[in-house]
Design a protein around this ligand. Sequence first.
Ligand SMILES: [Zn+2]
Length: 236
Amino acid sequence: MDKEDVLYQHGTLALLVPGLFSGTLPVGELLKHGDYGIGSVEALDGELIVVDGKPYLAKSTGDVLEVSDDELVPFANVHYDRPTDKYDRENISQSDLEKEILANHDYHNLFFAVKITGTFKKMQTRAFIGQRPYPTLAQLADNQRTFEADNIDGTVVGYFTPELYQGIGSAGFHVHFLSDNHKFGGHILGFELAKGTVTLQTFTDLDLHLPTHDSTFRRHEFDYDGMDSAIRGAEG
Ligand SMILES: [Zn+2]
């Protein structure tokens, strides 16, 4: 097994559902496991994207900041970039591209990374607004900010989680965006790709790292009813 075969994950998406938003891993530690990835920070106060080894946070103010190594994350995925598939694609929407990827590859039971670099005719993103005390994920999602850009160059990074593992991640595609000038980004709600390069990377191993030292997580009694719809509503 090479390090590029491993998808590293800290936390699970399901623990965000009831509002366990405390940061439990420093970004500096996260970056020892990959150079591309996505996630969030404490209080879910912004959308994390790691591009070429550097972590950025898209805030609900519309600003994109570089993240320091001691910033804490409650949930994140990273991997080392080594594509297994690479091709050019023009003039396609996010939903059509995702359908095409699953139609052309028998990857629907695998964890895999998606990266798209290029020019986007339209890019629509959102960022959560951190609140204290922490609300539930559904309550937080009701109060997000959305952003739109036209004809923007940048990078899409994210993952596909098989339906079988809903709750570990968000089943289906979960992707974030960072513009080449590092001024626009966030969790992607939709895009129209004008012209770009699509890469996919399948993983043989999921390295699931849990916040075992966090007493709130250790003691929490999860309510599994409604978890699936809460994840789909906020992250789908
Ligand atoms: Zn996201």
